[in-house]
Ligand binder design. Structure first.
Ligand code: ADE
Length: 355
């Protein structure tokens, strides 16, 4: 059984609205529903992250054989790579229920206490964006993770009493885009830590074909490959582009997602042949035109681009670094020669020393 936190949904919606200002509230709900419908429910259907899958399968089998609980687990990596999906699959494989929430929706001590007290033996608790958990909630979580107990204090000053309440043994799965932002004590309480990697074009093409199949759309191999190439190595984006291409297939084609149809859809969305969108290109151009290619600090870049630092760090930068268009140096971010070439800037001999 999957229980999703309502507060959490609210949080997710506002977050997405920030990143996709063109999405209305109702289309956001549709996007969330869409993601859930196409989510794989077992390891066989989950494409990519193969070494993580194999180690998880062993850990889960060992738990079942020992009749014990799965160790607390931390997933980290850029957004959209399938952290929530993996957590749901783990719960299904364990035969457990999963409670899904996110750290920004856990504001008061009673929020986290309420969640922990409602858990049942063997349940999985998934906390997204766990690096954003506040200090009080984090401290409540320590004995809960370690001793399966809540240390509560009642009353004030001299009449204050502390008591320890046992809670059922559960597995916490934390997800974060920033493992480095987690406090040491919290990180140390996770027995299993995995970094999710960007997907290859071949893996994304398989995901695109699977999704088109679920949506009952015909797609040819070249169409799937074109979408995969332009998906920023990220399944969430690939799945969104399948839908946009399907719209074009209905309106402009004969219902089949071909390479030509996919190209029309993606060009209309201003996504280039390597998957860079208008904001990616703007970011690189600002670095080149206003900061001579860098190094430039993230705060300065955020002001110049009019985006918040977190979005640049979590969404844009990891992909541009992965593609080799941005390099991080101790003095800030620098644009690489590859980026100049991709954007069609001419590099003369006097600039070679820049790289
Ligand atoms: N949809 C989103 N992520 C996926 C994955 N890794 N495998 C299959 N379908 C997915």
């Amino acid at each position: 059984m999957i229980i999703e936190d309502n507060n959490n949904k609210k949080e997710k919606s506002t977050q997405k609205k920030e990143k996709n200002p063109d999405l209305s509230a109702s289309s956001l709900a549709l996007e969330e529903g869409y993601e859930k419908n196409i989510r794989p429910l077992n390891f066989d259907d989950y494409i990519g992250q193969s070494s993580i899958k194999e180690t998880l399968k062993i850990s889960i089998e060992a738990c079942k054989k020992r009749n014990s609980r799965l160790d607390h687990l931390l997933f980290y990596g850029p957004p959209g790579l399938g952290k929530t999906t993996l957590a749901s699959i783990i719960a299904i494989e364990l035969g457990s229920s999963i409670r899904i929430t996110s750290a920004p929706s856990i504001e008061r001590p009673r929020d986290i206490i309420g969640i922990l007290m409602q858990l049942k033996e063997g349940d999985v608790l998934f906390i997204d964006e766990i690096h954003r958990l506040n200090k009080i909630a984090e401290e409540i979580l320590y004995p809960a993770m370690e001793d399966f107990a809540l240390d509560l204090t009642t009353g004030k000053s001299q009449s204050a009493k502390s008591m320890r309440i046992p809670i059922p043994k559960f597995t916490l799965i934390g997800a974060t885009t920033k493992a480095g932002a987690l406090s040491g004590p919290l990180r140390d309480r996770f027995g299993i830590i995995h970094r999710l990697e960007f997907y290859t074009v071949e893996e994304l093409a398989k995901i695109v074909q699977r999704t088109a199949g679920i949506l009952e759309f015909e797609i040819d191999k070249e169409g799937a490959l074109e979408i995969a190439k332009r998906s920023r190595c990220t399944p969430r984006i690939a799945n969104r582009l399948v839908r946009r291409s399907a719209d074009w297939a209905i309106v402009k084609g004969n219902g089949v997602i071909t390479k030509e149809i996919a190209c029309c859809a993606l060009n209309a969305l201003d996504i280039d042949e390597l998957g860079l969108d208008a904001v990616d290109r703007m970011l690189l151009k600002i670095m080149i035109n206003s900061f001579e290619g860098g190094p430039v600090g993230i705060e300065t870049l955020a002001v110049a681009l009019g985006e918040d630092i977190r979005t640049i760090e979590d969404v844009y930068e990891p992909f541009l670094i992965q593609k080799g268009f941005i390099a991080r140096t101790p003095r800030g971010r620098k644009v690489t020669k590859l980026a100049y070439e991709h954007l069609g800037f001419r590099i003369d001999s006097s600039q070679i020393s820049l790289f």
